[in-house]
Design a protein around this ligand. Structure first.
Ligand code: 5RP
Length: 265
């Protein structure tokens, strides 16, 4: 692996082999998502606890201070919306010049395996990998979002992750599921887990993150279950403890409850 790509990957995946990415990219198809109406304000208190931020160029330029940031994973696919015909009908939205200009440590884009737009989004991934590898920029493939998330089981997620890796993704983002080891075993590149819509309890989040890490994930790219929580900093600190300090779900929950009890909403 070339020095540049190794260096960028090491900005994302830390020396302990783990990572905590904070996605605030949801607006690119959802508009002003609840609690992400002002992405810069949502992100600011969380920044000390995360390793990288997943964001579009528009939010990056307008809402994030370039002098006080974390490594950036730039979201570079889109072109669809919640009210449009099909969320899977994505294109690449950002040029390689722009990716370099914004000093991205990596880029991220979605693939929609099993959808009408499977071929188009997989071809997008292959093209993006070709362009980015020329400049030592790793590509993170985002699997199984939108309608595709209904197929949240190991066989389907393993298929998505493996295809993404085969096409050249350096990191794959997917969802946790039962028998998650079947997903990680079949994927030769690091896997990070997203959170999906807000879970019923905090403990539920800590349990699936812990389980996924034991079964081979390297970390998370987990947004709504942090910043839609009434105590986002407590969530971020508790998740950081699981990811980087080997805390158990119970220990993480104790961290969360303790910080929550001391903070006013
Ligand atoms: C949405 C994304 C998000 O980055 C991903 O879903 C992670 O966020 P969350 O934990 O809120 O699901 O790709 O387009």
């Amino acid at each position: 692996m070339d020095w540049g790509i190794k260096n960028r990957l090491s900005q994302l995946i830390q020396r302990d082999g783990r990572c905590f990415f904070m996605p605030i990219d949801h607006g690119y198809f959802q508009g002003p998502t609840s609690r992400l109406e002002r992405p810069g304000e949502t992100l600011k208190p969380l920044l000390p606890y995360v390793d990288a931020v997943f964001v579009t160029r528009g939010v990056l330029r307008n809402c994030i201070d370039p002098a006080r940031s974390k490594p950036i994973i730039l979201r570079v696919s889109g072109g669809t919306s919640m009210v449009g015909e099909d969320l899977a009908n994505e294109e690449l939205t950002t040029s390689i010049q722009e990716i370099i200009r914004l000093n991205a440590s990596a880029v991220g884009m979605s693939i929609f395996v099993g959808s009408k737009y499977e071929k188009q989004t997989l071809a997008n991934l292959a093209r993006l990998v070709d362009e980015c590898e020329n400049y030592g920029i790793p590509v993170m493939a985002v699997t199984a979002v939108g309608k595709e998330l209904e197929k949240r089981e190991a066989r389907y997620l393993a298929l998505c992750c493996r295809i993404a890796a085969e096409l050249g993704a350096r990191v794959v983002k997917t969802y946790w599921c039962e028998n998650f080891e079947k997903v990680t075993n079949g994927c030769p590149v690091p896997i990070v887990m997203a959170g999906g819509p807000k879970c019923r309890t905090e403990l539920e989040v800590f349990e699936f993150v812990y389980d996924g890490l034991q079964k081979g994930a390297v970390g998370v790219n987990l947004g709504r279950n942090v910043w839609q929580n009434d105590h986002p900093v407590a969530m971020a600190k508790a998740l950081r403890a699981i990811i980087h300090q080997k805390a158990t779900p119970k220990e993480a929950n104790d961290i969360y409850q303790e910080i929550k009890s001391k903070t006013k909403k």
